[in-house]
Every structure is written in structure tokens, then in C-alpha cells.
Design a protein around this ligand. Structure first.
Ligand code: MN
Length: 230
């Protein structure tokens, strides 16, 4: 017997997988802040290795298929943050660094779009970042490349171009916490699950996006993420 619903439930949210017919079903989106020293400095923030900054976005904030991104309401300062994204194929709680890395099934490239003006106001008042980070269409993302195809990248150039000019570029070896360390720390706060995505932090060079801007984010072995702010 099938359940009856008051209105149609949301369809599952999923990512395409490079070279595969099956899709990756998304559970939650977690993000880490201040994971590159130079970006922490440009935000006048400090890195605290003992207490990483975590926040989250709703799964339906994802923008897939290189679709257009609508300029959000309530901001005059939409910022790009290009990030390597980790996708989990299993999960757990209180994981060791080694165990945490075995939960990773793939990698993607994403933008952690941010209403910087709202974030600055929230920081000044000690208020939560939700409306600065978790708004509709705030997480454009590429297709997933599987670990079985590309392994676990520990170096390589993460790059973002806007209108053909490089805005952000870094070697991911410069991350403060590496992927296994991020997941181990996160797993002390949440039970990680298959389908979770983790945005691993942005390098220096965050700046404004305007309507009409075209962006292109890349990392070796992963399909490019492209799109337009409309
Ligand atoms: Mn970010």
C-alpha cells in the first residue's frame, strides 16, 4: 500500500556521476569555513584547529547541470567561494581520520555562494549565518567523479574564472584540515551518512558576482562547473 500525501513530496535531489548512468542521491550538505589560511586572513578571521567552523545548507540549495543561477534576494554583495566537494558513500560517527576517508565515494567542484553583507551583519551581532549561506540556489555543483576513477586527490589546482578572468586559484594541498581530518571532526558533531556532501572551504580571492557574470570552476579529473548569474 502506498502512502497518501497532502501534496506531492519533493523529488529526490541527486548528482550526475561522470561516466556512469546511475546518480548520487543527496542527503545533507555540510560546509567548513576558514580552511585556507590566506582566506581566513582576507576575512580578518583566525584558524582554530581545535574547533573548525561548520555550517550547512539545505540539500535543495544545489544547482546542477550547469543551470543558470538566479541572483538572490536581500543582498547587494553576492560572493563566490570555489570549493572542492566531498561525497560520501557511507558514514558513521566519531570516525578516525583513516576510517573517515574510507567513507568518501567521490569528489565534485562547487560554489559556496554567500550573501556577504548578511554574513558580516550576522558576525557583528553574533547571530547565525543561515540566511547568509543557506539560501535557494546557493550551491551550484558539478557532476561527481568517483574515487574508483580518480582516487583521493591530495594536490591539484582548484580554480575559478569569472568572465574569463581567474578570481580564485589554489593547490588543495594548502587546506588547513585535509579531507579525512574534516570528516573526522564533523563526525563528532553529526552522524555522517551516505549521500552527504561536504564543501571543504574556499581559498583567498572571494569577490562579488553580478547579474550576467559567467563562472567556470575546475579541478583536475572533475567535470567543469559552469554557469551564469541571471
Ligand atoms: Mn565556503
Amino acid at each position: 500500500m502506498s502512502e497518501a500525501y497532502l501534496f506531492p513530496p519533493m523529488p529526490p535531489i541527486s548528482l550526475a556521476i561522470r561516466g556512469e548512468k546511475t546518480r548520487f542521491p543527496v542527503h545533507r550538505i555540510y560546509c567548513i569555513g576558514r580552511n585556507y589560511e590566506a582566506h581566513a586572513r582576507e576575512m580578518a578571521a583566525t584558524v582554530n584547529l581545535e574547533a573548525p567552523v561548520f555550517f550547512s545548507k539545505p540539500a535543495d540549495a544545489l544547482v546542477t547541470g550547469n543551470a543558470d543561477v538566479p541572483y538572490p534576494s536581500a543582498t547587494l554583495d553576492l560572493h563566490h567561494e570555489v570549493e572542492l566537494v566531498v561525497a560520501l558513500g557511507s558514514g558513521g560517527g566519531d570516525l578516525s581520520v583513516a576510517a573517515a576517508l574510507t567513507t568518501v565515494i567521490g569528489y565534485a567542484v562547487g560554489l559556496d555562494l554567500t550573501r556577504r553583507d548578511l554574513q558580516a551583519a550576522a558576525k557583528a551581532k553574533g547571530l547565525p549565518w543561515d540566511s547568509a549561506k543557506g539560501f535557494d540556489h546557493s550551491a551550484p555543483i558539478s557532476s561527481l567523479s568517483l574515487v574508483s576513477a580518480i582516487g583521493h586527490p591530495q594536490q591539484g589546482r582548484l580554480s575559478l574564472e569569472v568572465n574569463g578572468s581567474v578570481r580564485q586559484q589554489v593547490d588543495i594541498a594548502d587546506m588547513v584540515l585535509q579531507v579525512g581530518e574534516i570528516l573526522a571532526a564533523l563526525s563528532t558533531l553529526y552522524q555522517l551518512r551516505a549521500g552527504d556532501l561536504i564543501f571543504t572551504g574556499t581559498p583567498a580571492g572571494v569577490a562579488a558576482l553580478r547579474r550576467g557574470d559567467r563562472f567556470r570552476a575546475s579541478f583536475p579529473g572533475i567535470d567543469e562547473l559552469t554557469g551564469r548569474i541571471v
